[in-house]
Ligand binder design. Structure first.
Ligand code: SAH
Length: 228
């Protein structure tokens, strides 16, 4: 994230670069204008380390220490679009990371809950989102467990590559709700995932669709002895 006040300024240059990027996302197939509009309102460069801020409007993902990545803009747009939810919906994000995706979900008008497994990231991103005025509920915890106290969720969005579909997340979906999760798959190649949409159509009935190959950092498995 940006640590200098200068980079917390959204100049005309930044806005122009952002519009260009959003034009590219449309060309790549992002069709939901609500998603484009939300991404237009969230200055991505705020969420990048000062050293990388010049790359904020390239269509790229960045690793910025401590396993932190800010997802590729196309990935953020596509996952948000796949949720296909109206404003006011309750959404759980797994992997707060830089907070960028969380900010976009909040800008969509969703009620956002977000879990981060790495304490140093949680400690930095939570106050940063608050400072920028994004009213998301952030938790330090294990995404495999979800957040049962606030279930059911209309949408659950996993932003790290998962080895399997966590049973507990399926149980926390509202009827009609969707889980959007990148799943490790040998067909996708080493370190890549297939974007998977699981819809809870009835209490015990789920449908599954896939949406192409993406690359995410791995969803960490809790170490023994950790309870968070
Ligand atoms: N949504 C983020 C992307 C972050 S990268 C953004 O827009 O910047 C994925 C994040 O998932 C990392 O921060 C990683 O620490 C976190 N993560 C990995 N395993 C996790 C788990 N089991 N539970 C919660 N978060 C996890």
């Amino acid at each position: 994230m940006s640590t200098s006040a200068a980079n917390l300024t959204d100049t005309y240059r930044h806005k122009g670069l952002r519009r260009e990027l959003l034009g590219k996302l449309r060309e790549m197939g992002i069709a939901d204008e609500r998603v484009i509009d939300a991404m237009d309102r969230v200055p991505r460069h705020y969420f990048m380390d000062d050293a990388f801020v010049h790359f904020a409007y390239d269509n790229k993902a960045f690793r910025i220490g401590a396993g932190q990545t800010i997802s590729h803009p196309y990935t953020v747009a596509r996952q948000t679009e796949l949720l296909d939810l109206p404003a006011g919906a309750k959404v759980l994000e797994i992997g707060t990371g830089s907070g960028y995706q969380c900010a976009v979900l909040t800008a969509m008008g969703f009620k956002v809950h977000s879990i981060e497994r790495q304490k140093p990231l949680y400690d930095v991103t939570t106050p940063f989102l608050k400072k920028l005025g994004y009213r998301a509920h952030c938790y330090y915890g294990d995404g495999y467990k979800g957040k049962p106290a606030f279930a059911p969720f209309d949408g659950i969005l996993v932003t790290c590559g998962a080895p399997f579909i966590p049973e507990s997340l399926l149980g926390q979906l509202a009827i009609g709700g969707r889980l959007i999760i990148p799943l490790d798959d040998p067909s996708a190649g080493e370190g890549k995932q297939v974007m998977t949409e699981v819809r809870r159509v009835e209490e015990d009935t789920f449908t599954k669709q896939t949406h192409g190959t993406f690359a995410f950092v791995p969803m960490l498995v809790a170490r023994s002895g950790q309870t968070a």
